[in-house]
Design a protein around this ligand. Structure first.
Ligand code: PEP
Ligand code: MN
Length: 338
């Protein structure tokens, strides 16, 4: 870190600060200019969270040099991480992995119908919420354990990897027993107890960006999971809240290459929750893949008009299939596969 001192900082104040820095186990390097003195400090910057050096007399500013996240950073690991979510299904590799399915598991027959179509079109992971984080307490809350069982059954029968949302740290064992990938939704990105709990498992986790979270906050949340010992984390850009009201959220396409720059973790995109309107889903999906997304998670429903949640943003299987066709052409141009 770099400590910038005030122009009027006295010798005594500087010495006091240098002593404190040494006591913290850090090494100070003092540079005296004609106007200002700055102190370059070498050593782990974590101590700053406990001892804020800004409060010392004579200090104007403290500039951290390293990112506050460590395990998720590119500095920690230069090479891209690849997360294996099922036999032969690897996220972060050359192949763009497409996850598709209804917003919520409604009943087993509808799930079968959707899953068959999704698989035929090229999806390899089946999505379906059993615990739904609904804005209204009166809206459909999901089938709970029954929904997880349906998802596991259909996934097994059709040979699809499964993903479902977990909202409560007490449900980790239950959800992990039925599905291949744990999804942490936007509303729970900073549910730190949940992050710690999934960090104790080895299950792959898709961590979605919070509704109003910065990229740094997303990476800090991922750090919780890695710090617990679980390195199988996949990030997900699903749109953030902006002043725009036409779309449900604003897909932050720039977050995809930004995450790639800052972190070794794979990142996928969810154009459905970003758009809120099915007609916008295909162009956003293509934009995300063109920007380097390692996968997509897309809501597909055979009868969107009857869907118990998010029908308006769900693609009909035929539209999903057309999108997959277009993506097959697109990935060739960027040296990937699908
Ligand atoms: C979902 O995937 O169904 C969902 C609720 O997504 P998000 O957490 O991104 O809103
Ligand atoms: Mn949804």
């Amino acid at each position: 870190m770099i400590i910038v001192l005030r122009p009027e900082a006295s010798e005594e104040q500087i010495n006091h600060l240098v002593e404190k820095v040494k006591k913290l186990g850090l090494t100070p390097h003092i540079s005296k200019g004609t106007e200002r003195t700055i102190i370059g400090v070498i050593g782990p910057e974590d101590v700053l969270r406990v001892t804020p050096l800004e409060v010392f007399p004579g200090v104007e500013r403290v500039i951290p040099v390293l990112a506050p996240y460590r395990l998720v950073s590119r500095e920690f690991q230069r090479k891209d991480s690849v997360v294996e979510v099922g036999k032969g299904v690897r996220i972060g590799d050359k192949k763009v992995v497409v996850m598709a399915g209804p917003c919520a598991v409604e009943n087993i027959d509808t799930l079968y119908e959707i899953a068959k179509e999704a698989k035929k079109a090229g999806a390899v992971v089946l999505r379906g919420g059993a615990f739904k984080p609904r804005t209204s307490p009166y809206a459909f809350q999901g089938l709970g354990e029954e929904g997880l069982k349906h998802l596991a059954q259909v996934g097994k029968d059709l040979g699809l990897v499964t993903i479902s949302e977990i909202m409560d740290p007490r449900d980790v064992e239950l959800v992990a027993a039925h599905v291949d990938i744990l999804q942490i939704g936007a509303r729970n990105m900073q549910n730190f107890n949940l992050l710690k709990e999934v960090g104790l498992t080895k299950k792959p986790v898709v961590l979605k960006r919070g509704l109003s979270s910065t990229i740094k906050e997303l990476l800090m949340s991922a750090e919780y999971i890695l710090a617990g010992g679980n390195f199988n984390v996949i990030l997900c850009e699903r749109g953030i809240r902006t002043f725009e009201e036409f779309t449900r959220n604003t897909l932050d396409v720039s977050a995809i290459p930004s995450v790639k720059m800052l972190s070794h973790l794979p990142i996928i995109a969810d154009p459905s929750h970003a758009a809120g309107k099915w007609g916008l889903v295909p162009p956003l999906a293509k934009a995300a893949v063109a920007a380097g997304a390692d996968g997509l998670i897309i809501e597909v429903h055979s009868h969107p008009e009857d869907a118990l949640s998010d029908g308006a943003q769900s693609l009909l299987p035929s539209n999903f299939s057309n999108l997959m066709q277009e993506l097959r052409i697109l990935v060739k141009a960027i040296g990937r596969e699908i």
